[in-house]
Design a binder for this molecule. Structure first.
Ligand code: GLN
Length: 538
């Protein structure tokens, strides 16, 4: 196999232009042409990983198979490519400094002054090349967080500059994503911000090879010409990225613009190879032409920032397409749900999902929403804290254990139906210490979950410290709440169900992380189907 080639994606002008989606779309196109590709995200903040960040800061924390707590862009990478990412696919400045400083303490640099250049940049280069080192990938796409000109991204840009030189001509390229704003008053698209942003990269010694321009209006030839001339790129390398209604259309848009071919040509690969995008195009067609629609209420406490529930929203898009239906997600802040307003708030929902979360805020609203779903036979899906709340609700209102709670909220509760896992009791550090990543789960044959997965052993990703307290299991079972899935090694209850209910499933794991365009998650598909069936009864 040839040497792995490296594609760097940087951003300019503003954040939130969609570098992650452009990277994932390019990777998708290259994969559809038969290349093996992976995507890596470099984040310029000092947290070692986003596990300790509130979702309000950077959106949801995504979890990989091997238990890395990562940036939400890795979710896009997996959803687009239908392949797994790993610990090595997300690197932060915190991680870089941590490993350099650990080595300094060990004495690895004895006698030397440890500096940003070369020690930090060397570590960055090492992390970038790590993914290519096993020769598993033809191409590694490295997305650099932040915006050109930011002080904190400078070491990354410097590492890219050095690496390009070390890798030699034809083995790497830089794609720079910028914004071409439309000034309504002038009636014009403006290229100056792009010129400045390329200048910022040039000052750091990096000439981009390809420019992707985000725009709301189509760029004419004159704009493409102008950008090419002022930014030293070929006209063919100026790619338009116009706003579209769904992120899943972006790969097709990039294909039309020839981004994949330009990349291949510049890296010395043939450009006349076959591209297999049929499944993808079919998915987008179905997505854009649903046969009907349903309302699903998502109850969580981070609802003011939709990115906080990114993987859940995307999983609903995949499951909607699988059912040929548009799922309209109504996000409801759990802190506003009370027993007085619950039927008004949830009356038009054909399905209720209670989201994952941490801490006390909003938990009572979640319990109230679950009571409504259980009593009114509305399809219910609880994820992680959502599942734990469904056990609390059932214990309080069916088992009549009024004090039932999780010890996350009340350490001294008389009825700890949800309790800290044994292995968590002596954990003091908060970072990276939850039960993370995949664990197996054995499904009970007669269950909604088994019907959905149609296999008896599954493996799902986790991120939690608390679990169902097995002391209550007999009582729960005797009164109508069943354990439909358990971990075979520890007996930890992974799934609860109420068999008498139309569709009531709570999962301790996070199914949303494993839903992709080509593999919609079975539980989401089944939940949406149940909500569709329920809508027909009303
Ligand atoms: N806070 C709960 C726990 O740690 C649930 C976590 C979650 O929803 N991801 O167990």
């Amino acid at each position: 196999m040839q040497q792995t080639k490296y594609i760097f994606v940087t951003g300019g002008v503003t954040s939130s232009l969609g570098k992650g989606i452009i990277s994932a779309s390019l990777a998708k196109l290259l994969q559809a042409r038969g290349y093996s590709v992976t995507i890596q995200k470099l984040d310029p903040y000092l947290n070692v990983d986003p596990g300790t960040l509130t979702p309000y800061e950077h959106g949801e924390c995504y979890v990989t198979e091997d238990g890395a707590e990562t940036d939400l862009d890795l979710g896009h990478y997996e959803r687009f490519l239908n392949t797994y990412t790993t610990q090595a696919n997300n690197v932060t400045t915190g991680k870089i400094y941590q490993s350099v400083i650990n080595r300094e303490r060990r004495g690895d640099f004895l006698g030397k002054t440890v500096q940003v250049i070369p020690h930090i940049t060397d570590e960055i280069k090492y992390r970038i090349k790590l993914l290519g080192s096993k020769k598993k990938f033809d191409m590694v796409i490295t997305e650099i967080g932040g915006t050109a000109g930011d002080i904190e991204s400078l070491p990354y840009i410097e590492a890219v500059r050095q690496l390009r030189y070390e890798l030699g001509a034809g083995n790497s390229l830089v794609i720079h994503l910028t914004l071409v704003p439309y000034l309504a008053a002038a009636g014009e698209l403006k290229t100056k911000p792009t010129q400045h942003s390329v200048k910022a990269l040039l000052e750091a010694g990096v000439q981009p090879d390809i420019l992707v321009l985000r725009t709301e209006k189509s760029l004419g030839d004159d704009i493409r010409n102008k950008v090419a001339r002022f930014c030293n790129v070929e006209q063919e390398s100026v790619i338009e990225s116009i706003d579209v209604s769904t992120i899943y259309e972006v790969p097709m848009l990039m294909q039309k613009e020839g981004l994949d071919k330009t990349v291949l040509r510049k890296l010395g690969y043939p450009t006349d190879t076959e591209i297999k995008m049929n499944d993808w195009v079919d998915f987008v067609n179905k997505l854009k032409n649903p046969e009907s629609e349903i309302n699903i209420a998502l109850i969580g406490k981070y609802t003011s920032l939709p990115d906080a529930y990114k993987s859940i929203s995307e999983a609903f898009i995949h499951a909607g397409v699988a059912n040929r239906i548009k799922v309209k997600l109504k996000m409801l802040n759990s802190e506003t749900v009370t027993s007085e307003n619950v039927s008004d708030l949830l009356g038009d929902a054909q399905g209720i999902l209670v989201a994952p979360g941490f801490g006390e805020r909003g938990v009572e609203g979640k319990v109230t929403a679950i009571k409504y779903a259980r009593e009114n036979d509305v399809p219910f899906f609880g994820i992680c804290l959502g599942m734990q709340c469904s056990v609390i609700e059932f214990a309080r209102n069916v088992l009549n254990l009024k004090e039932a709670n999780t010890t996350e909220i009340n350490v001294t509760t008389a009825e700890p139906v949800i309790d800290l896992m044994e292995g968590q009791k002596y954990v003091t550090d908060k970072g990276g210490t939850m039960r993370l990543g995949v664990y197996p789960c054995i499904l009970k044959k007669n269950s909604k979950s088994f019907d959905a997965y149609r296999v008896s052993e599954i493996s799902e990703r986790h991120r939690h410290r608390y679990e169902l307290n097995n002391r209550y299991l007999e009582n729960l079972k005797a009164n109508g709440m069943d354990a439909a899935g358990c971990n075979p090694d520890t007996n930890l209850v992974e799934i609860i169900e109420i068999p008498k209910h139309r569709w009531f499933v709570g999962v301790q794991f996070h199914p949303e992380y494993k839903s992709t365009v080509l593999n919609p998650h079975p539980l989401f598909v089944s939940f949406v189907k149940a909500a569709m069936d329920f809508s027909k009864t009303r």
